[in-house]
Design a protein. Sequence first.
Lengths: 114, 118
Amino acid sequence: GQQLNQSPQSMFIQEGEDVSMNCTSSSIFNTWLWYKQDPGEGPVLLIALYKAGELTSNGRLTAQFGITRKDSFLNISASIPSDVGIYFCAGRQAGGTSYGKLTFGQGTILTVHP
Amino acid sequence: GAVVSQHPSWVICKSGTSVKIECRSLDFQATTMFWYRQFPKQSLMLMATSNEGSKATYEQGVEKDKFLINHASLTLSTLTVTSAHPEDSSFYICSARDDLRGGGDTQYFGPGTRLTVL
């Protein structure tokens, strides 16, 4: 099935630095979601976006639903060691026949050095 | 709110046996739940959509007779891996959509079940 193009695949940063990752698609999406997954755990919802242009923050995290509805980004400010993990974007494609089914990005592996 | 549990968190079984994994939405009703499979360092792969009161919808390539899904109530879906083989070893994760919460596309994930088939 279709996957979202998520980049970068991995990031190695120093504690305190800002982080930015994004997802793009050739198709229009109605919903964009950002999840974080720790090793051996299920993904945890960080931010949900439902409208084109929407900009939403959750603490040090900020995500935006692209105006074209084909992309979204997630920013993490002032990273800390506990930000380590895999970040996934996910979205529901417009006009999809399967209600509620999500498409996932490949994930961004974030490593934060103290 | 929006808590999803899975049981067991890990299981080791012999080849040829069947394993049942439970997925429960603890504080909300979920007409629709999803079952995913995840290999190490890879993204989530949707296996099937579980619908309360009706048959599950399986993704292409997923054997419905091998991965039996039962969505018996608005808070419980089960995945049974029948006649498990070592290649079925994986991390299985369920998710649930909150029927009443705004933004019906948002899925809340369980903690996952690590299945190892010897």
